[in-house]
Ligand binder design. Structure first.
Ligand SMILES: [Zn+2]
Length: 263
């Protein structure tokens, strides 16, 4: 059976495929014109650089609804995301990976739902969603996709933490040391800027979603100051490993379509 998966993240993984096609899609939420479509056997793989092809859109201005809607329209059922995060646990170090299982939403100005009264969506399982929707979010990330991520990272011999609390801050600035102490007290493991509302919107449209966090730095005040250049540099250094992980993800057959996370 054909599968359609999407990878949301950095642009470093595009060249995994020699033959790729650029797709532009109009959505009720705005245009998305940077999706790359590739084939792997019978399967379709879509790459979506969430910050735009030139990394020009900051986290709080990303059109998350247009991005997720576009993937829904393309028939994508599973989304594998990657994001750069800061560690707020001194035992988890830059260069290591975390596959979080929980979220604390500290964002402030984002559109967190498709369902504002008038939207109506139909799904392959013949169900519909419209009006006001209150979804269960006990398990914010798909457990099946999380397992696939963990196995892929382990297979290439990299360090991966199989659980963690992902705190999503508004950005685009980094956190203050006082905020990092607060996040530690709240039980956070990593802090990033993009998993909310991406993971929420994917759940609303019945797509499995999980994210692979690459630790690029410690939180502010835990060691030296954080610079954006350092974050970018570490991400560059790890591009080879992320590509290897994505190759494993693309090749995996164990992606159940009737996943129980699609409440
Ligand atoms: Zn799932």
């Amino acid at each position: 059976m054909q599968k359609k998966i999407a990878i949301i993240g950095g642009s470093g993984v595009y060249d995994l495929f020699k033959k790729a096609e650029n797709i532009s899609l109009k959505t009720p939420y705005g245009k998305v014109d940077n999706i790359v479509k590739a084939k792997h056997g019978n399967n379709e793989i879509y790459f979506l650089p969430r910050h735009g092809p030139k990394h020009s859109v900051p986290p709080h201005l990303i059109n998350y609804r247009a991005n997720i809607y576009a993937l829904y329209k393309l028939g994508v059922k599973q989304i594998f995301a990657t994001n750069a995060v800061g560690s707020i646990d001194l035992g988890i170090n830059p260069g290591e990976f975390v596959v979080p299982d929980q979220i604390i939403d500290m964002t402030k100005s984002r559109q967190l739902t498709f369902f504002e009264g008038t939207a109506s969506f139909s799904f392959d399982d013949k169900t519909k969603r419209d009006g006001v929707v209150h979804l269960d979010y006990t398990e914010p990330y798909c457990p099946n996709l999380r397992n696939i991520f963990v196995k892929a990272v382990e297979d290439i011999g990299e360090m991966v933490y199989t659980k963690g609390v992902h705190i999503c801050s508004e950005g685009p600035r980094f956190e203050t040391p006082a905020e990092i102490i607060m996040y530690q007290k709240l039980g956070g493991t990593v802090v990033g800027m993009t998993t909310v509302p991406e993971s929420i919107l994917a759940r609303e449209l019945k797509m499995c979603y999980a994210t692979l966090c690459l630790i690029t730095n410690y939180g502010a005040g835990m060691q030296e100051k954080v610079s954006h250049e350092e974050v970018v540099e570490l991400f560059k250094q790890k591009t080879k490993q992320i590509k290897e992980i994505m190759k494993k993800i693309i090749a995996t057959k164990a992606v159940p379509l009737d996943c129980k996370c699609k409440v």
